[in-house]
Ligand binder design. Sequence first.
Ligand code: KG4
Ligand code: ZN
Length: 351
Amino acid sequence: MSTDRLVLGIETSCDETGVALVRLTDEGSELLVDVVASSMDEHARFGGIIPEIASRAHLEAMVPTLSTTLERAGVTLADVDAVAVTAGPGLVGPLTVGAAAAKALAIGIDKPLFGVNHVIGHAVVDELVHGPFPERVMSLVVSGGHSSLLLIDDTVNVTELGSTLDDAAGEAFDKVGRLLGLPYPGGPHIDRLAREGNPRAIRFPRGLTAAKDQADHAADFSFSGLKTAVARWVEARQDAGEEIPLADVSASFAEAVADVLTAKTIAACRAHGVGTLVVGGGFSANSQLRDMAAARCEEAGIELRIPPIRYCTDNGAMIAALGAAVLRRGMAPSNLDLPVDSSMPLTQVLV
Ligand code: KG4
Ligand code: ZN
């Protein structure tokens, strides 16, 4: 008899309603279907995510997204063996909509419910692409809300080595995008412009890389000083009536971010003797980061695992993948009252 189990994953921590089905087998986890509906178009004109609009959009998208997922997989709810949902971190309203849906489903089909950590999901989604993690991996999770270095043992035991002290990498890109007059979110626009520019045109600061920062902040990041440096540089040119070389500013800024992220991550791999690096989160779509991480990992003899871009941005597959990982390890399910936690600690895989 087959011992395969079907895990439904639900993600609603920000503006994406993601639902996915993962099959857990003896060999590992396999993605069956992954459906994402985004409300980003409704937020773009406000220059940021409006939580109330996102919550309402999740409410509207939940049932159609769920139905499409089941239909595409050719299964019914009765076939589902466990429900995983993002419990945090994220926006309280959006998280609550996903949690309510997941609770109702778990109760309705009388199957276990797992409230899991979104940020850890950004790393563990890679198991669907590149297979089970080795015993210990280093993970750099970079998104609009997080820039964190995690040491992960047996996929579900997480030690937080460091994080950003101010802006996340994606947030810094979005803020610099705004000051360059680019549409929201600025990240992908800066990425595109940067590919045409000279990354060495302007030397922007590399936060927390000085020798004096090594003792207390070896694995922490800081991007607000860099963002301010870009703002000052741009203002000075504007005051002088000069045109802003958008491609060179973007390339030099992107280079500074990628340089700091990769240098500190590889130093952490060396310090902890870890041979595999998993990069995840919406910002890992960034081409400058991907290129620099590939080159530097090769040089350092570190195996680099980055999922394809569609699994880097928010989706249900990452939540189903983490749900499958905790299910495989026999961890106790969450209570059905499942409290969402907007600032869920990154060391906590499950509520
Ligand atoms: O993980 P994600 O989809 O949502 C959060 O949990 O934050 O990440 C979105 C962030 C945004 O800040 C967006 O601008 C950034 O990732 N981003 C990028 C790129 N694609 C997405 N930043 C730079 N280059 C990109 N190609
Ligand atoms: Zn995310």
